[in-house]
Design a protein around this ligand. Structure first.
Ligand code: FES
Length: 106
């Protein structure tokens, strides 16, 4: 099973196995990763699932939709690598991906 590495707000690195087709939110929720609140349950309407991906993965990820980009403007201190965990679908290419959970979600 492919895995990603998640750096939580306490700077702990957590290995998270995922099924291709899952979102980052689904995989990290199942693994019990701290710091992703996901208050809207994955509906792209809260921006409390803010994560930062390393730029190495830019070519393998779908670009943020206009709705995701709009919601990211409500995230705390977004960066060019910011994404909403509920909107990023994972596939086999993402084995080894590293992401950092935002220190604060609001
Ligand atoms: S869970 Fe609400 S925007 Fe991702």
């Amino acid at each position: 099973m492919p895995q990603l590495t998640c750096i939580d707000p306490n700077e702990q690195a957590i290995e998270v196995a995922f099924e291709p087709g899952e979102t980052i939110l689904q995989a990290t929720y199942r693994a019990g990763v701290d710091g992703i609140l996901a208050e809207c349950g994955g509906g792209c309407s809260c921006a409390t699932c803010h994560v930062m991906l390393t730029s190495d993965w830019d070519g393998t990820l779908d670009a943020a939709s206009p709705q995701e980009a709009d919601m990211l403007s409500f995230a705390v201190d977004p960066t060019p690598q910011s994404r909403l965990a509920c909107q990023v679908q994972l596939n086999e290419q993402h084995d080894g991906l590293t992401l950092t959970v935002a220190k604060r979600q609001y």
